[in-house]
Design a protein around this ligand. Structure first.
Ligand code: NAP
Length: 240
């Protein structure tokens, strides 16, 4: 299917690895020019080079922390007008409700709610003027099935979901969509680290811990980055 977005410009945040990188690749395959960012300079440059040479699209890279105002400024300066915005960033660590301080909460809200809201705020008016915009927020399945140890993450992401839903109603008339993707377990480096942690905690092998985790999933396996990213690319399409 031709997604109808060849030549559009996308800013894909947190995209040197995992879900962000997957989305960047799926968009590049559809002919979209990219600006990608991540904090580790070598990784983001390598990823940009790989995507550029594989899909023959323009790919700019920015080494920045997207959860800071300087990082967002740098990313937007490089990207220029954005047709497609993929909001993504690392999440806060698990913890105990009673241990979290006001500073912990502010940091989580800043990173996983206000960062995306700021990026939407800075890009949406140009989208309106071009009558095209596709915004995706990468959240987490836990937004719909919260666990208290992930409270910092789910609470901040729920706030973003709420704003996005309301704003999407106002934006649809301008051919701008805002979608939230709620992954449960997609096979990325992050999940590898989670499984390694669980294996160590339970004193079992990595494979055993992975099997135990997959047994709890409805499909009895993790999703692949490609499955997740193909959906993201469709949601960025003209048809969507
Ligand atoms: P990952 O494999 O660890 O990849 C994370 C990517 O984001 C890397 O490129 C990392 O590069 C970049 N990054 C992290 N923090 C950043 C920041 N502040 N500024 C710029 N770049 C940043 O993780 P993932 O599995 O793709 O997860 C992505 C997001 O989805 C996370 O918020 C995660 O909590 C959420 N999620 C994932 C799953 C899943 O199944 N994978 C499920 C639920 C929720 P640098 O470290 O170099 O910055």
């Amino acid at each position: 299917m031709d997604l109808g977005i060849q030549g559009k410009n996308a800013l894909v945040c947190a995209a040197s690895k995992g879900l962000g990188r997957g989305c960047a690749e799926a968009l590049a395959e559809a002919g979209v020019n990219l600006t990608i960012c991540a904090r580790t300079e070598k990784d983001v440059i390598d990823t940009a080079n790989e995507i550029r040479s594989k899909y023959k699209v323009s790919v700019d890279s920015v080494a920045c922390d997207i959860t800071t105002s300087e990082g967002r400024e740098a990313a937007l300066k490089t990207s220029g007008p954005v047709d497609i915005l993929i909001n993504n960033a690392g999440g806060p660590p698990p913890g105990q409700f009673r241990d979290w301080t006001r500073e912990d909460w502010i940091k989580a809200v800043d990173a996983n709610m206000l960062t995306a809201i700021e990026l939407i705020k800075f890009t949406v008016d140009e989208m309106i003027s071009r009558k095209f915009g596709r915004i995706i927020n990468i959240l987490s399945a836990m937004v719909k099935n919260p666990h208290v140890i992930m409270g910092l993450s789910t609470s901040a992401r729920s706030g973003l979901l709420g704003l996005s839903k309301g704003l999407s109603r106002e934006m649809a008339q301008f051919n701008i969509t805002i979608n939230n993707l709620l992954p449960e377990r997609i096979d990325t480096d992050r999940q590898t680290r989670v499984i390694e942690f669980q294996a160590k905690l339970a004193g079992i092998s990595y494979d055993e811990a992975k099997n135990n985790m997959e047994e709890e999933l409805t499909a009895k396996r993790m999703g692949t980055v490609e499955e997740f990213s193909d959906l993201a690319a469709f949601l960025c399409s003209e048809q969507a």
